[in-house]
Design a protein around this ligand. Structure first.
Ligand SMILES: [Zn+2]
Length: 70
């Protein structure tokens, strides 16, 4: 195997890792039906938010709190 082939192999391996990471992140996103009310506090989730974020389960406040790790 020459140097060029080795570089090509390394970069295709990196590319594959990148794609796998992106796929893993995608799998973590909420999927399926959006909740009509927040799972955490029970407040109604506006339809606009439900449409913008398919599978959303939390209201804006709870989502922000969760993202901050509080
Ligand atoms: Zn909430």
């Amino acid at each position: 195997m020459n140097q060029e082939q080795r570089l090509e192999l390394a970069s295709s391996r990196l590319q594959k890792q990148k794609e796998e990471r992106i796929a893993a992140i995608r799998n973590q996103l909420p999927q399926g039906e959006s909740a009509e009310t927040c799972e955490a506090c029970g407040v109604e989730i506006p339809e606009r938010r439900r449409r913008a974020l398919p599978g959303v389960k939390l209201c804006i406040q709870c989502q922000e709190r969760k993202e901050r790790g509080l």
